[in-house]
Each structure stands twice: as C-alpha cells, then as structure tokens.
Design a protein around this ligand. Structure first.
Ligand code: BYC
Length: 483
C-alpha cells in the first residue's frame, strides 16, 4: 500500500498514518478494543445529540498547512484515527543521560515501566474530560458553543485512541490490559476514579467548561509539550500532532471567558451600573458578575496547578534523566540539557512562610513546568482585563497565589488566601465562600443555563463570537439537532 505519512489512510476501519493495514497484530488489537470504546462513548460520551448532525472538523492529514476538513457528522460516526506527526530524520534524544543519542523507535527496556505509567496517566485524562462534560450539551448557550463542546469531546476521544495505540503497539499484553482499564475507570467514581484530581471534579456549568478548557486543557498543552520532547520517538510524534488539535480547545476557553466578561460589562453599561461588585444588581440583569467569575477562576487555576505534581519530585527527575519527559521548549533552551549541576528556585513553606529556595534543577522540573504554565495563563487574563477596562470598570481578574487551595505539593496542608497570606483552619472555613464558588453561586449560575438552540442566538449571559468556525456566518446551523 502506498502510504504517505502526510495523508491518512481511511480504508481500514481505523483511519491512520502508521501503516496499520500492514501491521495486522496491532490492527487486530485496536479493532478488538473498538467496540468497548463505542460502548464507552454511548454510555459516557455526550448525553443526547448522538443522532444530531454536528459540523465537525476531522483530521485528514498531519500537514500543518492544512490538516482538517469540516463537515456534518453524527458523533458516533466520527472517524477516530491514529495520527502521528512525520518522523524527523536523524532525531536525537534532546536531554538527559542519553542526550545526543539517536531517538528510540522501540521502548527502551530499562525505562519501560516509567514510560507506560506516563502514557497511561496521559490517556486517562482524555476520556475523563468527556465524562465530566457529558451533560453540557443540554444547556448549551448556542449552537456555536454546542458544536465547540462536541468538537472538543470527539478530539479528546481521539487522544485516548492515540495513547491506546502506543500501549497496544509497544507494550504487549500489559499495554492491552491498560487500554481496557482506560475504558473502565470513571470520573468521580468512588471505587474506580480517574487517576488525577482535577479529572474527578464536576464541570457543573458552561462557565466551568470554559475555565476547564482554558486552565486544565492548558496543563494538557504543557504536559504534551514535555512529552513531545521524549526520546521515545512514537510518543513524541503522537504528542506533536495532538498539540495541533489542542490549540482549538484552549481557544474555546479563552474566547468563551472573553465573551462572558464582555456580556457582563455590556449589560452593566446599558443598565448604568458603576459598581461591578454590586452583585445583586448585576445578577438581576441575567449575567454573571465579575466577582463570581473571579471565584471560578480561583477554583480552576488551583485545581490545574495540582496537575503538575509536587514542586520537588524525584519522579520528574528520573523521567528527565531517562530521556522520557523533557522541559517545555527543551530544544530551544540554551544549556547542557542534563542539569546535573544546576539549581532552580522553588516556592516552599519555610518556618510558616512562603519562600523561594534553590533546589537541584532536576528535582524541580515540575515547578519549572508549572512556572511556564503560569506565564502562559497570564495572556488570557490580560485580554479579559482589557475588556473590563475598555468598558470603563476598575476591576481586575487575577491568578491566586500558588499556595491557595492546593491538594498536591508543598502547600497541601496549609490554608492561604488568594493573596498568599497563610491563615488558620477556622478563618479558612469562615471565609472560603469569599474566594471559591459557594453553593449559592452555583445555583445562580445554574439558573442561567437555559439552552438556546436557534441558529445565531445566544443565551443572556454570553456575547456572540467575533468570527464563526470555518468562517461560517453568524446564523450558521452548527448542529442540526433533529436529523
Ligand atoms: N492527582 O512526584 P509527584 C490533559 C501522584 S492534562 C492525583 O509529586 P510526578 C488534558 C503521582 O501520580 C495532562 N495524584 O508527581 C486536559 C505520584 O503517584 P505514585 C495529563 C497525583 O509524578 C484537559 C505521586 O502523586 N498528562 O492532557 O512528578 C482535557 C507523587 O508524584 C497528582 C500528564 O499529566 C494529582 N494531581 O508528576 C483532556 C502527563 N499529582 O506514582 C486532557 C503525564 C501527582 O507515587 N504525567 N500525583 O503512585 C506526569 O507527567 C506526572 O505523572 C504528573 C505527576 C505530572 C501528573
């Protein structure tokens, strides 16, 4: 078969650019896994709308200049495929003890367990997010937003396929067992939860969805970048292509929050409200007040920080030394890429105070990636704050201190305010609802979540997007619900 790596073979049941047609054993394993996946999608994927026609993009190539086509598809018919970025000729391992050696095309035996663990953790997050978001279709604020939700969902499904392919192709029987386990765990399940904290939380409403795609998908971006540096070439190539799709997910988050903030500011202006913290007055307009948006931001940012693991971690050092997981933009960093003698400043709790302490750079890699993440997060805040200041309001959204509301790492046993002031348990209990969404806040937001399914119409609490998907006009019917 003439396989062009840029183009995807759609002749097998599982579209791919990895020559599955000639890799009978792996094809068989994947075909064996497929029915369980479809069962999972039917049980745990989007609730309702499975027979609706959704205007989705599907990858048909991995050429960065044009890799997707848009068309109406029923979600269960989406072609979930296995797509790897093209192999770079003579690629070498860009960091760690094996620095400069040829990248591995097979799993290095000594690092097998570590590699499998990272692939399984990555894989576990993908179906988890679909599970967390499954009920949101019913309350979509527009067909445009509904379509974006489903796009994100089918692509998270494809990312699960991507990890399952690696497990089945490179890890034999235990890889197949892990692939089955990925379909068995469930977000929020008491007995068999998803592996990482944030993926067992609820995504109760659309503001949470936008916060999740902005903050938690961005952890995904950082982790995928680190794995895209991997010396294990198939993992690197897989993650490189996943990042292409991931960009849209964060776009959904960033523009979603922008549109919520915009709508709130517009409504306050129209009503002549000068004080954005007059919550009752603002809420009476049917929009979400800025202080509540800030609370949601506190929540999702702090949950996402936990996904980076402990600030000081021997797991992270081992993965780097082994050449398995690198740093963000590793190949662009000017240093020896081994880090044996370097240090990195880490925020730690010292005698009851938050202090910067120099730690060996190798064990501080989670902290470094988290710092890169925070820098990346700031961009959205600048944009949102621009909307607020342009509307003439003196209010700034901000990221909370890293010690605030943490369940993993250095600050998990203390309480801190969003400004980073350490406080005792009683103060935390008393003031928690000032900083994180309270049940009353949740009820108010829930009261706004009425579906809008008229093309070109939007719910009261969110403004229209500036441009359509695939340059479609404002009244385009992104989802044909009855079909
Ligand atoms: N929750 O040395 P430590 C995405 C565990 S998101 C629960 O501190 P390490 C996406 C840890 O497993 C990206 N447990 O951390 C986004 C370890 O347990 P064991 C997903 C946690 O290992 C949106 C112990 O604590 N990809 O793609 O250096 C939608 C000590 O670990 C947590 C990845 O995460 C937690 N938050 O780093 C869809 C990349 N944190 O082994 C998709 C792969 C730590 O002692 N994963 N623990 O039993 C990794 O690189 C690392 O495993 C972590 C943790 C960064 C997660």
């Amino acid at each position: 078969m003439n396989m062009n790596i840029m183009n995807v073979d759609y002749s097998t049941k599982i579209p791919n650019n990895v020559n599955l047609g000639e890799d009978r054993q792996v094809l068989k394993a994947l075909e064996g896994w497929h029915p369980g996946y479809i069962d999972w999608w039917n049980d745990m994927g989007p609730e309702g709308f499975q027979q609706s026609l959704v205007y989705l993009r599907t990858a048909y190539s991995v050429d960065p200049r044009g890799w997707a086509k848009f068309d109406y598809v029923k979600m269960p018919d989406y072609r979930w495929g296995i797509l790897l970025a093209p192999q770079e000729e003579n690629r070498v391992i860009p960091f760690g003890e094996h620095y400069g050696e040829p990248a591995w095309q097979e799993v290095p035996g000594e690092h097998r367990a570590m590699l499998r663990r990272l692939i399984v953790i990555q894989g576990d997050t993908e179906p988890a997010s679909v599970e967390q978001q499954r009920h949101l279709g019913k309350t979509a604020p527009s067909l445009y937003d509904m379509r974006n939700l489903f796009q994100v969902n089918v692509e998270e499904g494809r990312h699960l396929w991507a990890m399952v392919y690696l497990l089945q192709k490179y890890f034999g029987r235990d890889g197949r067992e892990e692939a089955d386990e990925l379909l068995r765990r469930r977000s929020g399940d008491e007995d068999s939860p998803r592996m990482l904290g944030a993926f067992n939380e609820k995504t109760p409403d659309w503001l949470s969805f936008f916060m999740f795609t902005y903050f938690t998908d961005r952890d995904g971006k950082m982790q995928l970048h680190s794995l895209a540096q991997s010396g294990f070439d198939p993992l690197s190539r897989t993650c490189r292509f996943m990042l292409t799709e991931e960009a849209h997910h964060m776009f959904v988050g960033e523009t979603g929050i922008t549109r919520v903030v915009q709508r709130t500011c517009d409504a306050m202006r129209e009503a002549g409200i000068d004080d954005p913290t007059d919550i009752a007055k603002v809420r009476a307009l049917g929009v979400i007040d800025l202080p509540t948006i800030q609370k949601k931001l506190h929540l999702h940012y702090s949950l996402s920080l936990d996904l980076f693991g402990s600030e000081v971690s021997t797991n992270a050092a081992n993965a780097f030394n082994a050449g398995i997981k690198g740093r963000y933009h590793e190949t662009q960093i000017q240093d020896d890429h081994r880090l044996q003698n370097d240090t990195y400043p880490v925020l730690k709790l010292v005698d009851g105070e938050i202090k910067r302490v120099d730690e060996p750079a190798l064990t501080a890699l989670n902290m470094r990636l988290r710092d890169d993440y925070t820098q990346d997060c700031v961009k959205g805040l600048l944009r949102w704050n621009k909307v607020i200041s342009t509307a003439g309001y003196d209010f700034k959204l901000s990221l909370p201190n890293v010690a605030f509301h943490r369940a993993i790492g250095e600050f998990k046993d203390v309480h801190a305010t969003p400004d980073g002031l350490l406080i005792d348990d009683a103060t935390w209990a008393r003031r928690r609802d000032e900083w994180l969404p309270s049940s009353a806040d949740g009820e108010f937001i829930a009261s706004l979540m009425t579906p809008v399914t008229e093309p070109g119409q939007f719910a009261s609490w969110i403004s229209a997007p500036k441009v359509g998907i695939d340059n479609r006009p404002g009244d385009f019917e992104y989802v044909k619900i009855e079909s």
